[in-house]
Design a protein around this ligand. Structure first.
Ligand SMILES: [Zn+2]
Length: 335
């Protein structure tokens, strides 16, 4: 069977004709397989959804329990048959519950990675390379300029700044699903034991992470109606959007920080008024992308959302067939 007969792009998303399902569809469909809970991949309104239990839980928290007609939880590593097509989910190391989806039919195996990273992350299961004929990779940071430093170094810079300016507050912008909890966990693993103050938009997901055994320590709402002095020396975590509005003004002489792979680009940090950029990403950097492609042993690479061209070119130079998939509708909320 030709790989493109097993999976190919449609306006709704990546479609599998023999199994009659879509992976991460951007429009409502009958049968959706979902890699992870970020809003550009996990949308509400499908008739049925197959995903890991944690991704289903996260969708329920974000969209309400009626986000789909029916749901089925996939166990990691367990094969499920859909109209003769064998499906299995494998950890992607991106955010809690994130999974790659392996699709196998008549001797051809394609792995759709969804979003993934290889850096160690205590808040989710590590990426597992799966041998396959075709590997579908993201390319959010698919340029050689993107090399993420160790996240522990970035957190050490945050803690150093907090120690240096005990009268100021540090506002850390971090996406609500995954990045925020990872930042908090990194702070705890670095020995920070004071309460961490969080924006309301992070409360339910952070609570969910803790219910799944991801220790985040004492979290307190950053909404105390006391004086500004309450937050002197505090570390406050919130979604990046919150720092643009009035909410941010309650804190004393704040230092604006942002945890994102884009912080590698100094100009981008500057434009966003970020004083302390933290290069912490939930996506693979250039070295992780190229190493992963080699590890899968795939003869063919399909590249989705991001900077497709450089990665396609790299594959060609390595003698690996590659092409961009041109899927639309993915703008990762969790970079
Ligand atoms: Zn994502």
């Amino acid at each position: 069977m030709r790989a493109s007969d097993l999976l190919h792009p449609r306006p709704e998303g990546l479609y599998c004709p023999p199994g009659d399902f879509f992976i991460d569809p951007v429009r409502p469909v009958n049968r959706a397989l979902i890699t992870h809970g970020h809003s550009d991949h996990a949308r509400s309104g499908h008739r049925s959804v197959l995903a890991t239990q944690q991704t289903l839980d996260i969708m329920g928290l974000r969209y309400g329990e009626d986000f789909a007609g029916t749901t089925q939880a996939a166990q990691l590593g367990e094969a499920i048959a859909l109209d003769g097509v064998s499906i299995s989910f494998h950890p992607a190391g991106h955010v809690l519950g994130s999974a790659q989806i392996a699709v196998e039919h008549q001797g051809t195996r394609i792995v759709a990675s969804g979003d993934y990273k290889r850096q160690k992350d205590a808040t989710c299961a590590p990426f597992e390379p799966i041998a396959c004929d075709v590997f579908i990779t993201e390319a959010t940071f698919g340029l050689p300029v993107f090399r993420h430093p160790p996240d522990t170094e970035e957190i050490a810079r945050l803690l150093k700044s907090a120690a240096q300016f005990p009268e100021r507050s540090h506002l850390v912008g971090a996406y609500a699903l995954g990045k925020a909890q990872r930042v908090m966990r990194l702070l705890r693993d670095a020995g920070y034991d004071r309460p961490i103050y969080i924006h309301g938009a992070l409360a339910r997901l952070s609570e969910y992470y803790q219910s799944q055994g991801i220790e985040l320590g004492t979290l307190e709402p950053a909404t105390v109606e006391g004086g500004k002095q309450d937050f002197a020396g505090a570390i406050v975590v919130g979604p990046p959007s919150a720092f643009a509005d009035r909410w941010a003004r309650r804190f004393p002489d704040p230092i604006s920080c942002f945890a994102s792979g884009w912080m590698r680009i100094r100009q981008r940090a500057k434009q966003g008024g970020v004083e302390l950029p933290l290069i912490i990403s939930d996506h693979a950097d250039w070295d992780e992308l190229t190493a992963t492609i080699k590890e899968t042993g795939a003869e063919e690479i399909w590249v989705t959302h991001g900077r497709e061209e450089a990665l396609v070119r790299w594959c060609e130079l390595e003698g690996i067939a590659a092409r961009p998939l041109h899927l639309v509708g993915y703008e990762d909320e969790g970079d």
